[in-house]
Ligand binder design. Structure first.
Ligand SMILES: Nc1nc2c(ncn2[C@@H]2O[C@H](COP(=O)(O)OP(=O)(O)OP(=O)(O)O)[C@@H](O)[C@H]2O)c(=O)[nH]1
Ligand SMILES: [Mg+2]
Length: 500
């Protein structure tokens, strides 16, 4: 039998008559409504509509942001701690958002100071451990030379040695005020959020905002321990109050004053025969940034010092979690938003990378090839090159990343060159290197072949690996490489966009 409208249940009657419409029934004024009740009801309805409209607007905006984000380029910087990720991020910032780097220039001053204070303390620690031993070694050597020249100088050597020791004691005494500010500087930079691990200072993204006191950052940078929208910048901390700001400024000025007063002593310590001998014998092994700032101590500790761009590129501060930096990148009249994710590379930080894998457009994997004679701070039994190869294997074989554009930076080639020039033997640390020549071309070729091999063995999708030999503190060379990368990522991006 064919149903007729009259046979339909009342609840599905056609719109137009509100008899069967449950919503109309709900909105119908109650029978016998007073004027006052009517006003209240209309007000309630208007308020409900306003809230509903604003939710609709927010949903639309969120959908738009989501669609836009899908069209953006997402570039991950991966690699072990100290591989150069944040330094490369600064190079991107220099090219695509130079004003933001300008704005935060002063905030690098305490980092530079911290990068000086720590190594000064470290030098005294190494003197305490090995100083006398090395003096004895050397006294022996001087004896031999003097005996061969027919002069018995044992007595004068003892005198030299003790006067040198006395001088080091004096320097230790004079530099004590400088060493004593390390904890306050560390507290200042970390905003009291983290404690240094083995003397290393971890900071979360956005630390500059705590340093550019009273200034609001204009670039869009956020910390993402968990993935979240960039528009959800963490609220400014209450510690940014004027009183705290003044107190903090005072600390930096105080450190600057101490440093200025100590600069000749630091220079004397750094060039002291005992310290240089400990360095040559590899008892004292300072990180590259420490050597850079100690070499530049007179300039860096002068009054009115403002870090130059090379200082900023050399300044070391360890990343915690994942920091997102956003740039507008243009090519051939088309501008695309790039999200650059700079991750913390220490083992304890690596779990924070994974949420960024599934929609990554490209990865730059950074492997510091100069680290063949170094071991992980978090696991002193693991050689750093070995760790880089293991990590690269995990990245190449990760299913979520199988279609991601892959770029490899064999970084710190400048340091590799100088280590080899000083005679550091690769085979002593990488036994498989065997009898190959201890020269730059042979060493870099050997490391490159290993990374290429890892990629080949884990390359189901036949993706290309773009490899660059880099020194990311070099502005000119890095700018050229970033331009190359921009072009290749744009090609991938346009190809993907055409497929959508
Ligand atoms: N000479 C030289 N120094 C470099 C190079 N790349 C990085 N550095 C320095 O190495 C130090 C560590 O670099 P970062 O960029 O902080 O390392 P990272 O990978 O971000 O480290 P985490 O944040 O701990 O994961 C910094 O002081 C840099 O200036 C390079 O190619 N040559
Ligand atoms: Mg970093």
């Amino acid at each position: 039998m064919i149903s007729t409208p009259s046979a339909r249940p009342p609840s599905v009657r056609s719109i137009g008559t509100d008899y069967g419409d449950p919503i109309s029934a709900l909105l119908r004024p109650p029978p016998g409504e007073s004027d006052n009740d009517r006003q209240l009801r209309l007000h309630r309805e208007a308020e409900a509509k306003r809230i509903s409209d604003s939710i609709d607007e927010e949903l639309k905006a969120e959908e738009k942001r989501f669609r836009k984000r899908k069209e953006d380029v997402k570039l991950l910087l991966l690699g072990q701690a100290e591989s150069g990720k944040s330094t490369l991020q600064k190079q991107f910032q220099l090219i695509y958002n130079p004003t933001s780097l300008e704005e935060e220039r002063l905030s690098w001053r305490p980092v530079v100071y911290y990068n000086i204070v720590r190594p000064v303390r470290r030098i005294f620690e190494v003197i305490d451990t090995y100083g006398e031993l090395e003096e004895d070694d050397d006294a022996m050597a001087i004896d031999t030379i003097d005996i061969s020249s027919g002069r018995n100088s044992q007595e004068s050597d003892v005198r030299t040695s003790s006067s040198s020791e006395k001088r080091l004691s004096t320097l230790r005494y004079r530099l004590a005020p400088l060493i004593s500010v390390e904890a306050a500087l560390s507290e200042r930079l970390s905003g009291g959020q983290s404690t240094p691990t083995k003397g290393n200072l971890f900071v979360r993204s956005g630390w500059q905002a705590r340093s550019i006191l009273g200034k609001k950052r204009k670039d869009r940078t956020s910390f993402n321990g968990q993935r979240s929208s960039v528009d959800n910048l963490p609220p400014r901390r209450s510690e940014d109050s004027t009183a705290v700001i003044n107190e903090k400024d005072k600390l930096i000025e105080e450190v600057a004053g101490i440093l200025n007063a100590c600069k000749d002593d630091i220079k004397e310590l750094w060039t002291h025969a005992t310290v240089q001998r400990l360095r040559d014998k590899r008892r004292l092994r300072l990180e590259e940034w420490a050597e850079y700032f100690l070499d530049n101590i007179t300039r860096v500790s002068s009054s009115g010092y403002i870090p130059d761009t090379d200082d900023i590129l050399h300044a070391r501060i360890q990343t915690m979690g994942v920091a997102e930096h956003i740039f507008e990148v243009s090519l051939h009249g088309r501008t695309v938003t790039w999200h650059l994710y700079d991750v913390g590379g220490a083992r304890g930080q690596r779990h924070t990378w994974v949420p960024y894998f599934d929609d990554a457009t490209a990865i730059i994997f950074m492997a510091p090839v100069s680290a063949f004679d170094q071991y992980l701070e978090e696991d002193p039994r693991t050689n750093r090159i070995d760790d880089s190869l293991q990590l690269f294997t995990q990245i190449c074989s990760n299913k979520l990343l199988k279609d991601t554009h892959l770029v490899l930076f064999l970084n710190k080639t400048d340091i590799l060159r100088s280590k080899l020039a000083r005679g550091t033997q690769v085979r002593k640390y990488i036994t498989s290197y065997g009898e190959r020549p201890n020269e730059y071309e042979a060493v870099i070729g050997y490391f490159r072949a290993h990374f290429t091999q890892v990629h080949k063995r884990n390359n189901e999708n036949m993706r290309v690996l773009y490899t660059h030999l880099t020194n990311v503190v070099d502005q000119t060379a890095t700018r050229r490489i970033i331009t190359d990368i921009r072009d290749s990522i744009f090609r991938v991006y346009l190809k993907d966009a055409a497929l959508v």
